[in-house]
Ligand binder design. Structure first.
Ligand code: ZN
Length: 216
């Protein structure tokens, strides 16, 4: 079994060790999937702070996949990931934007957007089964929305982001001299599209990936 290299956001190609099948069989304490695994006490320390996320809390084993991911603590917490049955990609912020705009390419899939880079997300995520919805983890929050909703909000946000800061767009507290520089009519038209989403997770996600210079 050879491991498949994954290109990480720095551009580096990283090879990972293949899965090592464990000697136990059952439901995974963490993700709940049935299969082979390793004794929980060998994989998870008592200090592990995410016990409340366990999908099979009475199980005493952790599956081969979760054991593998936990062994790459740095990478699997730091990076955002998009995975399908045939591929796994570590995503830069720009690449998250592209993938979200395109919509899921195949189901089932898993999409994890790491914000702090310090939290375990893989076993908290839900597998997306439909191409008409995005189901993803944005840090520890589960989100579900249609790809169209994302692109419809991204467009006005990126137009505003040419002039305003992400904080101004998130709060709705714009500096007046910038409103004049941007053009009051243009600002008003886009603010009208953004304001119903203020305070929402979707706007937070859109702002997380919004880029300058993407719109005219
Ligand atoms: Zn598992």
């Amino acid at each position: 079994m050879a491991s498949t290299p994954i290109v990480v956001p720095s551009g580096k190609s990283v090879s990972y060790q293949p899965l090592v099948p464990g000697d136990k069989e059952g439901s995974c304490y963490l993700c709940g999937a049935y299969g082979t695994g390793t004794a929980k006490k060998k994989v998870i320390k008592a200090t592990f702070t995410d016990q409340s996320w366990a999908k099979s809390p009475t199980s005493d084993m952790v599956c081969d996949y979760c054991t593998w991911a936990l062994s790459y603590k740095f990478d699997t917490r730091l990076y955002s990931f998009y995975g399908t049955e045939s591929s796994l990609e570590a995503l830069s912020r720009q690449r998250i934007r592209e993938v979200l705009l395109q919509g899921p390419s195949a189901a089932p899939y898993i999409m994890i957007i790491a914000v702090s880079g310090q939290k375990w997300l893989h076993f908290k995520a839900q597998v997306g089964m439909s191409l008409s919805d995005w189901v993803l983890m944005f840090e520890e929050r589960k989100m579900r929305f249609r790809p169209q909703e994302f692109s419809t909000l991204l467009e006005p946000v990126e137009r505003l982001y040419q002039t305003f800061t992400k904080d101004e767009i998130a709060s709705g507290e714009y500096q007046s001299h910038k409103m004049i520089a941007h053009g009051i009519d243009k600002w008003e038209a886009d603010e009208e599209l953004v304001s119903p989403h203020r305070g929402s997770r979707l706007l937070e996600l859109v702002l997380f990936v919004a880029q300058k210079g993407e719109t005219g």
